[in-house]
Write a protein of this length. Structure first.
Length: 243
């Protein structure tokens, strides 16, 4: 992996740069040999000394969870039942949901800001509500590596900040988090480490202060970048212009 353990890594890049593909390759959802996969993908699948691609699917699901962008289902599932799907890797194939599974699911819903949705059907939810439920399902899975593709998609500002705070709390508990993000200022305010992709290649990787600089960003995004300093946090604040 290109992500330091126990931190929040932001995966950045323009549309089509390979962010979603790289996450799917690491998660084992998509093979690395496909032409659309970033050229670095085959070297990013080692975690905690194990080759993720070589792990049996069930064992891999106990290590990592993937929250995909705009995931949906046509099944008439309640939100609670959808979140309980995250517990499947932790129980025997024929076992039903235990009290511990229900406790983990409710805790995950609470952490994701979705506890009031537990009895709703997933198909009736708004995009932002579904996004929180997908986050809760991943949290219920209790992964050591959490991969997220645009986790703030469809969320309003307050919900975006809550989602990123959840990721920071997970990292503080030792979970390695990798999130594909479009909002560079959100990445600047939250992440410990950044990986910048362009046309399927990693062009920069390192601390926020080393990646979010004009000489790195301007050739990739094709815009003028000014970097300011937040008066309270000391983190970068970016301003963009077509130049």
């Amino acid at each position: 992996m290109l992500a330091p353990p126990g931190g929040v890594t932001g995966l950045l890049g323009p549309n089509g740069s390979g962010k979603s593909t790289l996450l799917r390759v690491v998660a084992g959802v998509q093979p690395a040999g496909r032409a659309a996969a970033p050229s670095d993908a085959a070297n990013t699948r080692t975690f905690d000394g194990a080759d993720l691609a070589a792990l049996p699917r069930r064992e891999r699901a106990r290590v990592l969870a993937l929250v995909e962008q705009d995931a949906s289902t046509d099944l008439p599932l309640s939100v609670l039942d959808a979140v309980l799907l995250g517990r499947i890797p932790h129980r025997s194939l024929l076992a039903g949901d235990s009290d511990a599974d229900h406790a983990a699911a409710h805790a995950a819903l609470d952490a994701a800001g979705a506890k009031d949705l537990a009895d709703r059907e997933v198909g009736t939810l708004s995009g932002g509500e579904r996004q929180r439920v997908h986050m809760a399902r991943a949290l219920a899975q209790e992964p050591r590596l959490l991969l997220l593709d645009e986790p703030t998609n469809h969320l309003d500002i307050a919900a975006q900040l809550h989602a990123m705070r959840v990721l920071r709390d997970l990292a503080a508990d030792g979970v390695t988090v990798v999130a594909a993000l479009h909002d560079l200022n959100l990445a600047a305010s939250t992440c410990d480490h950044l990986v910048l992709l362009d046309r399927g290649r990693v062009v920069a990787a390192g601390p926020v202060s080393e990646v979010l600089v004009p000489e790195v960003l301007e050739p990739v995004y094709g815009v003028r970048v000014d970097v300011l300093t937040h008066p309270r946090t000391g983190r970068p604040v970016l301003s963009f212009d077509r130049g």
